[in-house]
Every structure is written in C-alpha cells, then in structure tokens.
Design a protein around this ligand. Structure first.
Ligand code: HEC
Length: 152
C-alpha cells in the first residue's frame, strides 16, 4: 500500500513537471505582469494601513489628530489635501521646516519613514481616505519625479 502511494506520488510529480514545462514554453510573460499590478493596487490600502500602524501612529495618533502643538493632524489637514505629491515626499524623506496646518504652526522634524515610493504612496492613500478624510488618491506615476533624499 505504501509503495503504491509512493509510486502514485512520484507519477504526480513527474506529471506536473511535464505540464509545467509545457506551459512554461508557451506562456506570455506580459499577462503575469498585469496580474501583479492589479494585485498590488487592490492590496495597497491594506498595506498603507499596516505602515500607518507600524510607523506613523506614534506621532499622528490612532485618530489622525496628532498632538496639538507638536505633531500636526492628518485628519482634515488642509496641508495634506493641498499637495499629495509633497505628502509622499514627506513620507519618503521626512520634513523639517516650519509648516502651517489648519492655521497652526508646526516646526518639529519628522524623520524619514519609509524606504520605497510604493510604501509612501500606499500610506499616503491610506491617510487621505481614513478618519472621514475624502482626499482622493495618488498614483506611483504622479510621484515619478520625487527624489528619495533623507537629508531634506
Ligand atoms: C516622530 C514623529 C512622526 C512620525 C513617526 C511621523 N510623522 Fe508626519 N509629521 C511629524 C511632524 C513633527 C510633522 C511636521 C514637520 C515639519 O514641520 O516639517 C509631520 C508632518 C506630516 C505631514 C504634513 C503635515 C500634515 O499634518 O498634513 C504629513 C502628511 C505626515 N507628517 C505624514 C506622515 C506619515 C504618513 C507618517 C508615517 C509613514 C508620518 N507622518 C510619521 C511627525 C511624525
């Protein structure tokens, strides 16, 4: 009985190897790329939430309201809504200048948060659409000119 199972298993492996080879030769790589892109965009909101919970929440808080006088709000932030490309650049490079958010001045440094544009876009799309925000979305294409430069 055991030997029969083993043989059967072996035959299955051999069979699938043949099938894989047969498919490998004729498959179109373009199709695979397309599927990947679709997967990435549907999962990016969840990815953005993960990044927010891991990195941004300590300063901008779970409710997105920040800490008055120290960390600016992302909920209903006029500064965030005014320039989404700048927001992606801030997540990538940090921000260290005097800024005015909803009429309040902030001037503490925000360190660099993420290492890739994909992560920056995902987390910015998350904050643009959380806590009742209706800030629209931003694509990788729109931030193609943003330079990754943590010295900013
Ligand atoms: C260590 C605290 C800290 C962390 C962590 C942090 N920030 Fe900030 N953030 C700040 C400070 C301080 C400013 C104001 C910076 C300035 O004055 O240049 C700011 C400003 C901003 C702004 C522009 C101002 C506004 O309120 O709209 C955005 C957008 C932003 N942060 C997004 C993020 C995102 C997204 C993350 C996580 C990926 C993050 N921040 C993580 C402290 C932080």
């Amino acid at each position: 009985m055991k030997i029969t199972k083993l043989l059967l298993f072996g035959a299955m492996i051999a069979g699938s190897a043949i099938v894989m080879q047969a498919c490998g030769g004729s498959s179109e790589p373009k199709k695979e790329t397309k599927t990947e892109v679709v997967k990435a965009s549907t999962s990016s909101f969840a990815e953005g939430e993960k990044i927010y919970l891991a990195k941004c929440i300590v300063c901008h808080q779970a409710n997105g309201e920040g800490i008055p006088g120290a960390f600016p709000p992302l909920k209903n932030s006029d500064y965030l809504f005014a320039d989404k490309v700048r927001a992606v650049a801030q997540a990538l490079n940090g921000s260290n200048r005097e800024i005015v958010v909803n009429g309040v001045k902030y001037n503490a440094p925000m360190p660099q948060q993420v290492g890739t544009k994909e992560e920056a876009v995902a987390v910015v799309n998350y904050v643009l659409n959380t806590w009742g925000n209706n800030g629209g979305t931003i694509t990788l294409e729109e931030v193609k000119d943003v330079v990754i430069d943590p010295r900013i």
